[in-house]
Write a protein that binds this ligand. Structure first.
Ligand SMILES: NC(=O)c1ccc[n+]([C@@H]2O[C@H](COP(=O)([O-])OP(=O)(O)OC[C@H]3O[C@@H](n4cnc5c(N)ncnc54)[C@H](OP(=O)(O)O)[C@@H]3O)[C@@H](O)[C@H]2O)c1
Length: 327
């Protein structure tokens, strides 16, 4: 089947090209892509800073939504025309994409493909890091750094639907207000010079059970200080830096866990297990509207570079998407 896709000519030039996509292999489906999600990893890949694994497509794009266009051998539960969203092994910035069936979610009727494209990466990242590694319980408190990010907006809603208390950080008064509107119980501005005191004054020193941290750097020490006994700090990104100086005594005294992960590092089986679990635990909340994708801007596929520029600027709130139907 013919597809159009975005090719990386160099870090400053992305061009639209055409080729033929082979039929789906065993366990795979082909999706006629309506929309693709833009992720920070795509920007790193464009800049040559994110080596593509051997078993992945070198074409940009890690998540798509659209309709099932072809079904490979040994795939059950999908029919041609089903509305789906999927995590892909690269190749998402394209009019057609192949996905493993067990990395694919059927979209409930209240979620269209634009909203669907905002979900797979965020749902699975939050599921694995907050609920599997972080073991968040309904009565516990979750701290989400980057509450206005594509990941953070979904994390807050997932944890609220789960029944947990949610504290978040965001940059600036406007983003803090929007994160509060999403349901966070308390939002603090990470740009405040008194951030540490702001947490303490809110009674949160030693009170955070699980932290979802995409900031790293100096926030790592803060996270350990805020952690409750037996707290879990889960690092998924390093927006403030990849090195940190930490005080180890609180780790001993409070029996803390500092961990992290990447979705690609989870491997095919780990990702499939995550999708199966979140299908049961979280998709019902998506179907009832308790978890709603938060979309900032949608660019035509051929404007992938301006989409990256917007994400790099940090001006967006929630997800940035590409419309793959217009090409
Ligand atoms: N490990 C994994 O499996 C995995 C999977 C997906 C994403 N990620 C990572 O998760 C992060 C979020 O991804 P995304 O797609 O949701 O990106 P995004 O929408 O661009 O969000 C980036 C977030 O980082 C916050 N931020 C930026 N600079 C900061 C700073 N100096 N201090 C504190 N916060 C800062 C931003 O806050 P404001 O906008 O409020 O300024 C924003 O909320 C990225 O680091 C990404 O690489 C990891």
């Amino acid at each position: 089947m013919h597809r159009q896709y975005i090719d990386i000519e160099n870090p400053d030039t992305l061009s639209l090209n055409t080729d033929t996509l082979a039929p789906p292999d065993t366990g795979e489906i082909t999706i006629a892509t309506d929309f693709a999600g833009v992720n920070r990893a795509d920007i790193l890949q464009r800049l040559g800073l994110y080596p593509v694994p051997d078993d992945a497509s070198p074409i940009l794009g890690l998540e798509v939504a659209g309709q099932v266009a072809a079904i490979g051998p040994n795939v059950q539960g999908f029919e041609i025309g089903d509305n789906v969203a999927a995590l892909v092994q690269g190749g998402g910035y394209a009019t057609l994409a192949k996905a493993r069936a067990d990395h694919t979610l059927k979209l409930p009727s209240n979620i269209d493909s634009r909203q669907g494209a905002a979900l797979p990466e965020a749902l699975l990242t939050v599921w694995h890091n907050v609920f599997t590694l972080g073991r968040l319980k309904p009565q516990e408190t979750l701290l989400v750094h980057g509450g206005g990010s594509g990941i953070g907006t979904v994390a807050i809603q997932m944890a609220k639907a789960w029944g947990s208390r949610v504290v978040a950080t965001a940059g600036g008064a406007e983003k803090c207000a929007r994160v509060r509107d999403l349901g966070a119980d308390l939002v603090l501005d990470y740009r405040s010079e008194s951030l540490k005191d702001d947490f303490k004054n809110a009674g949160l020193a030693g009170a955070i059970d699980v932290t979802l941290d995409m900031a790293g750097g100096d926030f790592t020490a803060l996270n350990l200080e805020l952690a409750a006994p037996d707290g879990r700090v889960v690092c998924i990104g390093v927006m403030r830096g990849s090195t940190a100086e930490i005080e180890l005594v609180p780790v001993l005294m409070k029996r803390l866990t500092l961990t992290g992960s990447t979705l690609r590092g989870l491997g095919m089986t780990g990702r499939a297990a995550g999708f199966a679990a979140l299908q049961q635990a979280m998709m019902p909340f998506v179907a009832t509207g308790q978890i709603k994708p938060c979309i900032d801007t949608t660019f035509p596929l051929e404007q992938a570079l301006p989409a990256h520029t917007l994400m790099q600027s940090g001006a967006h709130f929630g997800k940035v998407l590409l419309d793959c139907r217009s090409t």
